[in-house]
Design a protein around this ligand. Structure first.
Ligand code: FPP
Length: 246
């Protein structure tokens, strides 16, 4: 039987709160892939896909918050994404700038703590200052939204190890590494959702994804709506997590 869009898989919002609570999911991460293809299919420039992608992301964050998920992480821009055409990079940075401005304005009602994962140095002084300001402004808010920006999983690990060397450590533990990653404030993600049909992590949360459940969908990110989000969380709630045990 086809799922009715209106009925949202036949599950009400209150049920989603229960499904989230029972499943134990506290941290969901998104690889928002497929914006360019979404735009191309409509004869639009790739950048238009990113614009609609931001709208889909805002909706997903609101739903996660309303259903009781405490931490959301997204892959907005990787260390490799600088290779894209300058016009596309400029538009992604503009969208981020706009997003940061709105996050500041909505701080009182959103209760979200923003953390930018990645090396801020390459962002330019202005954007870097805006990221730092938003992090400071929202630091006491109860829900966390990590935005990976100029982020690479390997670069993050190298930076953590270099910090440990600088501290003079000669022997290190897993905890030493975890506590020097950009994500040190967050638990490891329970679920990583990747849209756009590719089945890989693309240098995202390499250390933190040790026991994350992975969910891949062909849905292109701008089409990732409430029903798609429900589907991914319901699928997660059915997984048996054994962490290497039986
Ligand atoms: C992947 O799709 C998407 C990106 C690399 C950029 C995502 C960035 C945004 C949505 C804007 C900024 C984010 C926030 C949170 C304000 P793709 O371009 O690789 O798509 P394709 O595989 O179809 O080409």
């Amino acid at each position: 039987m086809l799922f009715s869009k209106k009925k949202n898989l036949g599950i009400e919002s209150e049920d989603m709160n229960k499904i989230v609570a029972d499943s134990g999911i506290t941290h969901i991460a998104f690889i928002m892939d497929g914006n360019g293809r979404w735009a191309n299919k409509r004869g639009l420039p790739r950048e238009a896909g990113h614009g609609v992608g931001v709208k889909a992301f805002k909706k997903a964050v609101t739903l996660c918050r309303d259903w009781g998920i405490k931490t959301v992480t997204t892959y907005a821009f990787s260390t490799e994404n600088w290779k894209r055409p300058p016009q596309e990079v400029r538009e992604i940075m503009r969208l981020l700038d706009e997003y940061i401005k709105e996050a500041e304005d909505d701080n009182e009602k959103n209760h979200i703590r923003y953390i930018f994962l990645g090396d801020k140095e390459r962002l330019g002084e202005e954007l870097k200052a805006k990221c730092l300001y938003l992090e400071g402004l929202t630091r006491d808010n109860p829900l966390t939204l990590n935005i990976a920006l100029n982020y690479g999983g390997r670069a993050e690990l190298v930076s953590a190890v270099n910090s440990l060397i600088a501290e003079g450590k000669t022997e290190i533990s897993e905890e030493d590494i975890s506590s020097r990653l950009y994500t040190k404030e967050s638990p490891d993600p329970d679920l990583i959702v990747r849209t756009g049909g590719e089945v890989r992590l693309s240098n995202f949360l390499l250390w933190q994804s040790q026991y994350s459940e992975l969910y891949f969908t062909d849905c292109l990110w701008p089409d990732f709506d409430e029903m798609e989000l429900r589907r991914s969380i319901i699928e997660f709630s059915k997984r048996k997590r054994r962490y290497g045990g039986v």
